[in-house]
Design a protein around this ligand. Sequence first.
Ligand code: GBH
Length: 477
Amino acid sequence: MSTARTFAPSFLWGSATAAYQIEGGVAEGGRGPSIWDTFSHTPGRTLDGDTGDVADDHFHLWRQDVAEMKRLGLGAYRFSISWPRVQPGGSGDFNADGIAFYSNLVDELIGAGIAPVVTLYHWDLPQELEDAGGWTNRDTAYRFAEYAAKMAHELGSRVSVWTTFNEPWCAAYLGYGSGVHAPGRTNGADALAAVHHLNLAHGLAGRAIREVLGDDTKLSITLNLHVTRPDDPTSAADLEAVRRIDDVGNGAFLGPLLDGAYPATLFADTAHVSDWSFVLDGDLDLIRVPLDVLGVNYYSTGRVRHFSGEGERSQADGHRDSDASPWVGVDDVEFLPQPGPYTEMGWNIEAPGLTELLVSLHAAYPDQPLMITENGAAFDDSVAPDGRIHDAGRVAYLHDHLEAVGVAIDAGVDVRGYFVWSLLDNFEWAYGYSKRFGIIRVDYDTLTRTWKDSAYWYRELLRTRTLPAIESAPTLS
Ligand code: GBH
């Protein structure tokens, strides 16, 4: 049981996408190749060999997509800029056609009354930079800051929030550790170097954006923070496993971004993998820039225990199979299957974990405003005989997670907004088109967009700002 809940008028309601997942048009308008083009075109990397070559063809259908957003009543739209579309080689010349695409999109959004929330990097590194070492190369951070400054100059104050990175955890650990994401490398030391260079790039870019646009500009980064439970809360070894996952998964970013230091335990835990000599004097001062808002992406929770070394280690950590773990340095930790229910990704649904995450962030960083920059679920969304998509599972998921946000707000957490992942079904990375996260269905043969029940539900929520009460099974407590 829940009672109806009304959100403040200032609360920002949006939906999110990412360039490579929706745009297509990969060889058009002067765009250069990215690591995701290379990766998705390498046999065996993505399910069924799916690529983002066409995706939702948003590159051509963007006006129609903004019209859908307007019909939904979105207050904000979170999208990412494809770096190789605006700077094909990742350094040197910029591509005027690519910049014009985003400039037109921003104008169209503003014309529709929708605030543009920009992410500068959602994983599609220009291939030329990867050929020079990618995020293991310190230079990439400086190239990123130049690209950020250029976009700040071009799009300027039309952009409501500038987000440097989406989920650097994925870029570093899935890209260079487990290799299930581009560029598909599997080297723990490289992954840690990538962590640091992504953090450095954030600081350099944040400073560059502020230099171009002044202190009024809103600066952000989006993290996927891990809520991890010990299998046995009375076991010191299991609690230590949680602590290590927390350091390598969360502290490796929150530390330098908000505290000005990496957790000392992180260096000790990963000493057998890397000496962290890529952290140079002065880097930690550069990385910490005041964040107007910290973006939080939330989907699920994890459960771990200490792995004794006997038997087979379970790796139920929600990623496509890889022999290499994304959890660099923590080889004696085992991820256990979680109790259901699950989404189509196999991720357990646990809305209270979001409240817990927000409350703990607020406790650690009381003055830091937060925003849910992604939350959503993949379900099998078949079209019913009536032509509609009755995605009741998604509606329930969104409802329960918004309720969890409301509970955190009641507890005093400063949450500024919420973005559904995703506006449209799209290219779900290593899973290709097999997983559908959209509140709007995309038919990949015709590219037709069809609202699911969740889209109608979200429109009503945005109109009323009120989360309706739903009856759920009575609990005994
Ligand atoms: C986001 O990634 C992306 O930003 C977005 O592009 C993507 O489409 C969307 O979510 C849906 O996948 O490693 O054990 O902690 C989310 C990636 C998924 C990484 C959940 C962490 C938890 C399993 N995250 N995963 S674990």
